[in-house]
Write a protein that binds this ligand. Structure first.
Ligand code: OSB
Ligand code: MG
Length: 370
């Protein structure tokens, strides 16, 4: 693939409903999209960077200049055989994984299209449908949360995850379990607790949760290993798994029993595949996390979720839960059984709606090979 030009753009999309985690509430997304132009085929990638440096130190205003000044110039004008060559070309830039992933993943999309292969096959997937869960943010009242859970269960979703923080946790889980004793339920703290709160966290054990996601510090593994010894509930790590090395550290120290893989958080598909394989070899189930992506990122998450060790429902849910109109066609739909069917079309199997994207674009820059 000859990399002829790369376009970076920002689009604005309001969420259908605000999303609140322990670090804050989001009403509208600023989305960074990358388009790689190569020999007549365009490849699309979406960065999972947020509007603020709260989930991670990266955010849209760090990703944009990192891509413009370092990552895009490292690729422009080159001829590469595979998107797998990206990590070596980007290696000089430390971290900035969400910026790297957007560009690497755009190349995977271009490669799949050029090879006339479905992206899921290029990644090595096998599943022809994937099970879906939902992540439900903190609401204004417990009643509102219960109503939302009711709606998602009726839609067929196979796992409910709620966001928790001190003051919105045990009380809320109690209310959920008294109404639905048997649903598959998990919670995500996004680093809202410290190891001093172990007695409080032990109360979570009574709710038969599938997992508790990232209870402690975003960059910690060691104290999660200490906490896991104290809890019956399985810990799942999200924020602190940023590479195959951190995954190996977590597995070897028994800091978690489950790992949430987000392709953007770990720097792209190449690294995400290594984490998948490492976890499979150690019998640690993985599932695909979400970052309120548009259809472009979502379609790539769907392709990735077809790999064998994705043994738990992911945060990969329907377009309409997030957007009035998504930027792909067809939109992502979930069956009444809570499954997404996998397309046999080349690429992601979803067409990018370029006209709509142009209308939503607030800034755009194209860099061309000399
Ligand atoms: O921790 O999984 C998380 C959204 C933004 C930032 C972090 C997280 C989330 C979610 C939403 O839980 C998952 C989704 O896209 O539905
Ligand atoms: Mg999480």
């Amino acid at each position: 693939m000859k990399i002829e030009a790369i376009t970076l753009r920002e689009i604005h999309m309001p969420l259908v409903h605000f999303f609140e985690t322990s670090f804050g509430r989001t009403y509208s997304r600023r989305i960074l999209l990358v388009t790689v132009h190569s020999e007549g085929a365009d490849g699309w990638g979406e960065s999972v960077v947020g509007e603020d440096p709260f989930y991670s130190s990266e955010w849209i205003e760090s990703a944009w200049p990192t891509l413009m000044q370092y990552l895009i110039p490292a690729l422009l004008g080159r001829r590469i055989d595979s998107a797998r060559e990206c990590p070596a070309l980007f290696a000089k830039v430390r971290a900035h994984r969400m910026a790297k992933a957007a560009l690497e993943n755009a190349l995977w999309d271009a490669e799949a299209t050029q090879k006339q292969l479905p992206l899921w096959k290029l990644l090595g997937g096998t599943r022809r449908e994937i099970p879906c869960g939902v992540s439900i943010g903190i609401q204004d009242s417990v009643e509102q949360l219960l109503e939302k859970i009711q709606i998602e269960l009726a839609a067929g979703y196979r796992r409910i995850k709620i966001k928790v923080k001190p003051g919105w946790d045990v009380n809320v889980l109690e209310r959920i379990r008294s109404r639905w004793a048997d649903i598959t339920l998990s919670c995500d703290a996004n680093s809202a607790y410290t190891l001093d709160q172990v007695e409080h966290l032990r109360k979570f054990d009574q709710f038969n949760l599938l997992m508790i996601e990232q209870p402690l510090w975003n960059d910690d593994i060691y104290y999660h290993a200490r906490l896991q010894k104290e809890l019956r509930t399985s810990i799942c790590l999200d924020e602190s798994i940023v590479s195959v090395r951190s995954a190996a550290f977590a597995v070897e120290t028994s800091a978690c029993r489950i790992i949430n893989v987000k392709v953007g958080r770990v720097g792209g598909f190449s690294e995400a595949l290594k984490i998948h394989d490492l976890c499979q070899a150690h019998n640690i189930p993985v599932w695909c996390g979400g970052m309120l992506e548009t259809g472009i990122g979502r379609a790539q998450n769907i392709a990735f979720s077809t790999l064998e060790n994705f043994r738990l429902p992911g945060d990969v849910s329907a377009s309409k839960r997030y957007w009035k109109e998504d930027i792909i066609d067809p939109e992502v739909e979930v069956s009444p059984q809570g499954m997404i069917a996998i397309s046999d079309q080349p690429g992601t199997g979803y067409r990018v709606k370029q006209d709509l994207i142009e209308k939503l674009t607030v800034r755009k820059e194209t860099l061309r090979a000399q």
